[in-house]
Design a protein around this ligand. Structure first.
Ligand SMILES: [Ca+2]
Length: 376
């Protein structure tokens, strides 16, 4: 600015004056008052007057003006530079700010995505934590189960170390047949050991003891069809199925045992056939002097006569209903035992195979208690 420039010029002049006055101070005047000579080469060899000083200054003025202009230009230049620098600085600052801002955005975005990632990882960790908890629970319950199983195994092992015990209590009362067992005082129906006179070993039977003191040896029991009666000769000979203390299972005692019981003395045996229908109505048929022959005679089935019974005399060949066959061919008295592998019937074919059971087949039968079990 021009104002600034003028004041600078003035300052410059004053400075110069000061320098001059300092210059004066260097020279000690020889005489005070009348002699004001300034011994300076630039003033010449004579003492200058006021006009002389002015002339001197005027002589230097263009030079100084010139120098001042130079300075002014320099200052203007510097000022320009300063402005430029300021602008540059501002620009750099703005740019820096912009950069900072943009980089902030980038960072924020990055940080945000990182935060998102962290949140995601946190969720994953939380869900995995719960899974871990579940697995730990499962592990714990499995361990508990394993523990229980181990304890169970140990208990079983302990049981195995002990010798086997039959939990069924069998009465000490024995006899050659169930009647003798009853005669010896047995009152309860159940499992007893019998040893017929000609028998080498004793064997287990189910004795049915009634309130009159009659002891019945049960030769066959069918209840529910749980035991297959389609068996071969040996099996019918030895017996099959299961004897149970409460008489709840099916069995065939065995032709050999029945033979030994029924032929051991002159005492006649009564054969009772008990039929129970599906509505629990019981019918009996009793036969006197019942015997089973030896195996050599194929366990021939004989009795003296039909005694009594609501079930009718089926063994004599009386038909049970719709099958009004010839009595002669349906009578069982005197028949040998037949199985699918031992055909001793009076039929061209094999009654036992046809009926899928063993029996004292004729041609074939009227009373057949070993046949297939039909529930109806
Ligand atoms: Ca035949």
């Amino acid at each position: 600015t021009m104002g600034g420039l003028k004041s600078k010029t003035l300052i410059w002049l004053q400075l110069l004056l000061l320098l001059v006055s300092q210059g004066f101070a260097q020279y000690t005047p020889t005489a005070r008052g009348d002699n004001c000579c300034i011994l300076d080469n630039r003033f010449g060899e004579f003492c200058p007057t006021t006009c002389g000083v002015a002339k001197f200054f005027l002589q230097y003025k263009p030079d100084i003006d010139h120098q001042l202009e130079d300075i002014e230009r320099s200052l203007a230049q510097i000022s320009n530079f300063t402005t430029g620098t300021k602008n540059t600085i501002q620009h750099v600052r703005d740019e820096s700010r912009a950069r900072q801002k943009s980089s902030d955005d980038t960072y924020i975005t990055k940080v945000r995505s990182m935060l998102d990632d962290v949140a995601r990882y946190e969720n994953t960790i939380v869900s995995q934590d719960s899974e871990l908890l579940q697995l730990q629970g499962l592990h714990k319950s499995n361990e508990q189960l394993l523990h229980e199983l181990r304890a169970h195994a140990v208990k079983l092992q302990e049981n195995c170390n002990e010798p086997c015990k039959d939990t069924v209590e069998i009465s000490e009362i024995t006899g050659k047949d169930c009647q003798e067992v009853a005669d010896k005082g047995a009152k309860e129906s159940g499992l007893y050991f019998l040893k017929p006179l000609r028998s080498k070993d004793q064997f287990l039977v189910y004795c049915e003891i009634d309130e009159l003191g009659n002891g019945w040896t049960v030769l066959q029991r069918r209840r529910d069809g749980s035991v297959d009666f389609f068996r071969n000769w040996i099996q019918y000979k030895e017996g099959f199925g299961y004897l149970s203390p409460k008489d709840t299972s099916e069995f065939w005692l065995g032709n050999e045992k029945t033979h030994l019981i029924t032929t051991q003395s002159q005492i006649p045996y009564r054969l009772r056939i008990t039929l129970k229908d599906w509505s629990d109505v019981t019918r009996n048929a009793d036969y006197a002097v019942f015997k089973l022959g030896p195996e050599a005679d194929k366990y021939r089935f004989t009795y003296a006569y039909f005694m009594e019974g609501e079930a009718g005399n089926a063994f004599d060949g009386v038909d049970f209903g719709d099958d009004a066959s010839d009595k002669h061919f349906t009578s069982h008295n005197g028949m040998q035992f037949s199985t699918s592998d031992s055909d001793n019937d009076n039929y061209q074919g094999n009654c036992a195979t046809q009926d899928r059971s063993g029996w004292w087949m004729n041609r074939c039968h009227a009373a057949h208690l070993n046949g297939r079990y039909y529930q109806g």
